[in-house]
Design a protein around this ligand. Structure first.
Ligand SMILES: [Zn+2]
Length: 570
């Protein structure tokens, strides 16, 4: 691959940096990154993934023996590559206080009404849990269907219509309301809930947050694989065992008493019992004039929890910038190290190896950190490498860092996050989730172009990926965040192959024990992406300007406010 042009840092200039385009290989310039780019190794990448996804690492569950091995491995790698400790106390670790909540699986859910009682099976028909940090949490309440459970004033949308749901269990559909385009009903209206792209209103986190805000006691989400973006096994495996949360002073008492999902098959039975037709109500819920429908069904459930506090860890390393002033500004690379540990057995395996998710991103982070150390002179801005815990439990490690940053977020120029690397060979494209929101677009595009690649928008915007990994904790606090995803146009493969490979991974391996290294892996594409991520960060670290949100971006106001209050922001 040829990187023909590169920006070089010209020192001096009153501590500012001039970025100019020079020919690649400008050996007189100390920070030319050719050696760094050449140093990326597919073998090393695979070696890291092999270790991190091994049986010995037990699926990297937070607080487990797997965590101890994982954080030690990452720290050793940072140290041997010559990176400085990222914690100002001189260590590579940030303690992340978590609480683990394990529900008693013998819980018994009853749904009674219209002269009958349903007793669905835990894990097969439903999953339920409480994030309240208490020994037991109960529900004894009437159920009401509230469509998508959305209140979005900017779209004049309100599924609640003033109906009081206090103390009730609301039943909702996943994703955004699929609103038909008034001029062409075969299409979705791009002006309402962004057409096919999932907005934050479509995410399960929003549904539970909204329900709690409305005073509901519980919320039941109806799972539909195509609308959620993942099959039932993902829901079951993610939420039927031990869950973690940040240990907060209010013990999560502001959360719902019970949060839950049911399968679409069971939902059909439930609505049948209520004398309702779920398909018809689903269509009605896609309209602005939808009104909540009481189901005449009473839910009873008690969840008994065993609680444990856990000290989990983020691992952080840094390379101090070479410019006197700009070294107090930061580019932060992130990748989560955790996965699900040991969980429900599938096809004879209980270890959730998470080779792609996210041993691969952790490996990429280590490779990129090592590559930065190959520079003869560090870039002007400081580079941070943050391996976060508990992404799989709701972005907890990145949330904790963003709430307790070692380096101010107002002086953090950008975040680059890696969650699942390409393991299938080189591509002519790279996908940028959330493209169009910030000036990072132009940097990513310039680097991709030099690699002979094009940048594409998310091919599956309906899955809401921008809200599903650690960069979101930075973005929602105003830090422009690059959320890359692997390309889909593979060199030497027929059209559609990339999307098929992705579909297959989601259906067969995603969040299952079978997310392991496969014999047909080809990490040349992963290296191509590592080089791109390296160069994007390198350019930002060399540029006197920081990336900005574009007008209309949802996080722009937050950034403007934080830069304003930071005073001397660059
Ligand atoms: Zn995951």
């Amino acid at each position: 691959m040829s990187f023909r042009k590169i920006r070089c840092h010209l020192p001096g200039l009153l501590g500012a940096v001039a970025s100019i385009v020079l020919l690649f290989g400008c050996s007189s310039t100390p920070s030319a990154p050719d050696a760094a780019l050449r140093s990326f190794s597919a073998d090393r990448l695979l070696g890291h993934i092999r270790t991190l996804s091994s049986d010995e690492f037990e699926g990297r569950g937070p607080g487990s023996k797997g965590e101890q091995l994982t954080i030690k491995y990452i720290e050793d790698q940072y140290r041997s590559a010559g990176l400085e400790p990222g914690n100002p106390d001189g260590s590579y670790l940030q303690s992340v206080p978590l609480v683990s909540i394990t529900p008693d699986k013998s819980m018994k859910l009853t749904l009674a009404g219209h002269g009958r009682t349903l007793e669905p099976k835990f894990q097969d028909d439903y999953v339920a849990w409480s994030k309240r940090v208490t020994d037991s949490s109960s529900i004894d309440a009437d159920m009401i269907f509230v469509g998508y459970g959305v209140q979005a004033p900017e779209f004049q949308w309100d599924d609640f219509k003033g109906v009081d749901v206090k103390g009730k269990v609301i039943v909702v559909l996943i994703n955004d309301p699929p609103v038909a385009d008034p001029s062409d009903p075969t299409k979705l209206d791009s002006k309402t809930f962004s057409g096919t792209a999932m907005t934050y209103y479509g995410r399960w986190t929003y549904k539970f947050e909204k329900a709690a805000q409305m005073g509901a006691a519980g919320c039941v989400i109806i799972h539909q694989a195509d609308r959620a973006g993942y099959p039932w096994e993902v829901v079951r495996n993610s939420w039927s065992g031990t869950q973690f949360d940040l240990a907060t002073p209010d013990k999560n008492m502001g959360r719902l008493a019970v949060e839950s999902w049911i399968t679409s098959d069971f939902a059909t039975q439930l609505f049948h019992l209520a004398g309702q037709d779920l398909d018809k109500l689903t269509l009605a819920a896609a309209r602005r004039d939808f009104k909540p429908v009481p189901l005449g069904i009473h839910e009873k459930l008690t969840i008994r929890n065993s609680l444990q506090t856990i000290d989990s860890h983020n691992v952080i390393a840094k390379i101090t910038g070479s410019d006197l002033e700009l070294k107090n500004t930061y580019v932060i690379y992130t990748a989560h190290w955790d996965h699900f540990g040991i969980g429900p057995e599938v096809n004879g395996d209980k270890i959730y190896h998470g080779a792609v998710d996210n041993a691969s991103g952790t490996a990429a982070l280590l490779e990129i950190a090592r590559a930065y150390k190959q520079l003869r002179r560090p870039p002007p801005r400081t580079i941070l490498f943050l391996s976060v815990t508990s992404e799989e439990q709701g972005l907890l490690g990145s949330q904790y860092y963003a709430e307790h940053p070692f380096y101010p977020l107002a002086r953090t120029a950008a975040n680059i996050n890696m969650d699942g690397m390409n393991v299938h060979g080189m591509t002519r494209d790279i996908v940028q989730i959330g493209r169009g929101a910030s000036t990072l677009d132009e940097t990513v595009e310039a680097v991709a172009k030099e690699q002979g690649r094009v940048v594409k928008t998310d091919p599956e915007p309906e899955k809401g990926f921008y809200y599903r990994s650690d960069h979101f904790e930075f973005a929602k606090r105003g830090v422009p965040a690059f959320d890359p995803d692997q390309g889909v146009d593979f060199i030497g493969k027929p059209e559609g192959w990339g999307l098929e490979v992705r579909r297959k991974y989601t259906a067969e391996n995603y969040h299952k024990p079978s997310d392991t290294i496969k014999p047909d892996w080809d990490l040349s594409g992963g290296i191509q992406d590592c080089q791109l991520f390296f160069l994007v960060g390198y350019r930002i670290a060399n540029d006197s300007r920081i990336p900005e949100w574009k007008p209309g971006a949802e996080f722009k106001a937050i950034r403007d406010a934080s830069l304003g209050s930071a005073g001397s922001a660059p």
